[in-house]
Design a protein around this ligand. Structure first.
Ligand code: F6R
Length: 238
């Protein structure tokens, strides 16, 4: 079930998401947080860090959604570098409390199996943060990805590469990514999806009202029992 929380603008979206995440994280004594990358959650992480300041988050363990194949954690374009800069450093979470995708793993398929095993070993994801792709992707589950998919290697679509182009300057663009699957996302106990801006209006409408199918992977979220969708007016009304 999707609980839609309507907010005024991107700023209120960040504050609302941070309040929600802060209350989840601080009311448990063990918390596995699935972190999204991308533009939308950046301000939410910043707002969360303000609330967390001075508190030890030793009980929090982080995963990330995806990574470009071939990209090492030291590459500033990598999602691992993003998580370090926007999540781990500001929240004071030690890298030993995170399992991030290893984009340059020698065997990407084995890395997918190892990633799933790490999530299982940690006890599953308590809250998965997501953004919404213009073509309906969640993580890098592009259109056509089945609902029962687990972590896998995927070929990136032109739409997704264009959407992420600003983060990919300074090197050859990747062609493939490692991503948690739709079933991996759906196994999270709670999902928080953040949608902001006029560019997302049509995708948001399909997420909430379109047919549920792999043609628009985010539509599968309507099968999940606990989804909080925080969307601003620009995304809702265009
Ligand atoms: C990020 C990810 C993507 C983004 C989506 C929205 O880890 O997997 O699914 O969440 O592309 O990105 P933004 O927030 O940049 O619009």
């Amino acid at each position: 079930m999707i609980n839609l929380v309507q907010v005024h603008d991107a700023n209120q979206l960040a504050e609302t998401a941070a309040d929600h995440l802060f209350s989840l994280i601080t009311t448990r004594n063990r918390f596995n947080l699935g972190c999204a990358t991308g533009t939308t959650p950046v301000s939410a992480y910043k707002a969360l860090a303000k609330r967390v300041r001075g508190r030890a988050l030793d009980h929090v363990f982080c995963f990330n959604l995806d990574e470009y194949v071939g990209m090492s954690k030291t590459d500033p374009r990598s999602f691992a570098a993003y998580i370090q800069a926007h999540v781990l450093d500001p929240l004071g979470i030690s890298p030993t409390h995170a399992r991030l995708w290893q984009g340059d793993a020698p065997d990407p398929v084995a890395e997918c199996q190892a990633y799933e095993a790490a999530i299982r070993k940690q006890g599953g994801i308590d809250c998965q943060i997501l953004g919404l792709g213009l073509n309906g992707h969640i993580a890098f589950n592009e259109p056509g990805t089945p609902e029962d998919s687990r972590s896998h290697v995927i070929q990136l679509t032109t739409s997704t590469l264009e959407q992420n182009a600003m983060y990919l300057a300074g090197g050859a663009p990747p062609t493939h990514a490692l991503t948690i699957g739709i079933a991996t996302i759906m196994a999270a106990r709670e999902i928080v999806i953040l949608v902001s801006g006029i560019k997302k209006t049509s995708a948001l409408d399909r997420l909430c009202n379109g047919s549920i199918s792999s043609a628009f992977p985010a539509s599968f979220l309507r099968h999940h029992p606990r989804v909080t969708l925080i969307a601003d007016q620009a995304a809702i009304n265009g």
